[in-house]
Ligand binder design. Structure first.
Ligand code: HEM
Length: 432
């Protein structure tokens, strides 16, 4: 059952009168065709009203918080960063308006533009339609704003420079960073997560399309998780269970509270890092060393010196020679809240896999070869990166044994504002 078919059966939902008034209200100055404008701003159709069962209803775009943060992690992500090319504040507001309506439809499994008789007509822009026949697949769309959205090259393009939160800092250059310009920064992040990769890609593709001339793609990355059994922690491509420990107190660690600013309340700051893993190097390490690096058993995920995956990490335990059981430079020790003033993150990353590229190895026997450009699209959410990710990674980037195998070469920081109720426009508070 798909709502798309329902749409097909009821094309007149989007009346011409509606079309004209909406187009007039938001304008089309950044190149949206009136057809795109109508569909994107039309009221959404309740999935329930069409007799759909809840499981097929999808994850609502609306709510106190943006979906896709605490939402149980879907199998796939398509993450895109755009630069705003619009020059007027009004065009940015209009784009956010279109995106709100489109995101509402997409997360219900609907096409952005209904399939009408005009479908495929060269005269109008239309949804590409590759999700017809699928369910919503738990699609979530999470939007964030990078520092350059607020002002770029010293120019306050949209009169919002004063709204930039203090916590949305420019990330420092950490030791070992090898940032690729074309995989770093950007004005607006659009993250689609879904249990179907085509559904995730479709969502971003539509949002970029209806942005028209108002925004242009800067960089993208897609990612996936393995199909582990329900309740099992998925393994990353180093073979370890990844995601065992995450913040368990969202109000303390993840959501922005009264400290604001108001438009960020109930939102969160997102850190993205594209981390290439030297898999060829890792694969030549023996199991005991791999476990020492991570600080956990590869088979069970249990901390070294403990029995079960969810046992506490025995940070204070020592062996007969007085050495720490969990290596002083192991990843889990350095990332543990007890070593970071209690700071905890919500990690919600995905494996990325981008083929191969030519690499001069930094380890014996210093081969030069085509190697996998694969690793972790690290994504974490936190209430304030200045007291969590930044000091934590500042230390880890110098001390973590994992660094022998990892290179951070892209990413950014984005302010993901609070959620909205149905009928409101996304990020409206930022512009009032
Ligand atoms: C390719 C890079 C990375 C890999 C392969 C990786 C892998 C892992 C693994 C296997 C664990 C143990 C299981 C778990 O608790 O989920 C872990 C834990 C953790 N990692 Fe990473 N990680 C990477 C980068 C990072 C970065 C850049 C940070 C942030 C600065 C980070 C923060 C954490 C935290 C906070 C924990 C939980 C620690 C705890 O409370 O016990 N990781 N990571």
């Amino acid at each position: 059952v798909t709502q798309n078919t329902d749409d097909n059966a009821n094309p007149p939902r989007f009346t011409r009168a509606n079309m004209i008034s909406i187009a007039a209200a938001v304008g089309t100055s950044f190149g949206l065709s009136p057809a795109a404008a109508i569909a994107a701003t039309a009221p959404s159709i309740s999935a329930q009203a069409h007799g759909k069962i809840d499981a097929e209803k999808g994850v609502s775009f609306y709510g106190k918080h943006q979906a896709g943060i605490l939402t149980p992690q879907q199998r796939h992500t398509y993450f895109a960063v755009l630069d705003v090319t619009a020059t007027s504040r009004a065009d940015v507001i209009a784009m956010l308006k279109y995106w709100t309506a489109a995101a509402d439809r997409l997360t219900q499994g609907l096409l952005v533009d209904p399939m009408t008789d005009a479908y495929n007509s060269a005269a109008v822009l239309n949804d590409s339609g590759e999700t017809v026949g699928t369910t919503p697949q738990n699609l979530t769309i999470t939007v964030g704003f990078g520092p350059s959205f607020f002002s770029k090259n010293g120019v306050d393009r949209f009169q919002i420079a004063h709204k930039r939160p203090a916590a949305l800092v420019d990330l420092p250059k950490f030791p070992g960073d090898q940032m690729i310009e074309g995989k770093t920064g950007g004005d607006i992040s659009l993250q689609a997560c879904a249990d179907d990769p085509q559904v995730a890609f479709h969502a971003v593709r539509q949002l970029v399309r209806i942005a028209g001339k108002a925004a242009a793609l800067r960089w993208v990355e897609s990612g996936y998780l393995p199909s582990s059994a329900p309740g099992d922690t998925p393994r990353n491509i180093m073979g370890f269970k990844d995601g065992t420990i995450n913040s368990s107190d969202a109000d303390k660690d993840i959501w922005v509270g009264e400290e604001g600013p108001a438009w960020m309340e109930n939102g969160s700051y997102m850190i993205v890092r594209r981390i290439r893993i030297a898999l060829e190097h890792w694969d030549r390490m023996n199991l005991a060393f791999q476990e020492q690096v991570v600080g956990r058993s590869k088979a069970t995920g249990a901390p070294i010196g403990a029995k079960h995956e969810f046992d506490a990490v025995p940070l204070k335990a020592t062996d007969k020679d007085g050495n720490s059981v969990v290596d002083e430079n192991s990843h889990v020790r350095l990332a543990h809240p007890d070593e970071n003033n209690g700071a905890q993150l919500l990690r919600r990353g995905y494996t990325y896999n981008d083929g191969v590229s030519f690499v001069a190895e930094r380890w014996p026997p210093w081969r030069q070869a085509m190697e996998y450009d694969a690793g972790l699209l690290f994504m974490s959410y936190q209430r304030d990166p200045r007291t969590s990710f930044i000091p934590m990674f500042e230390k880890m980037s110098r001390m973590d044994m994992l660094n022998q195998f990892t290179t951070h070469n892209g990413g950014g920081i984005f302010a993901c504002c609070g959620g909205i109720d149905s009928g409101k426009v996304f990020a409206q508070k930022l512009f009032t």
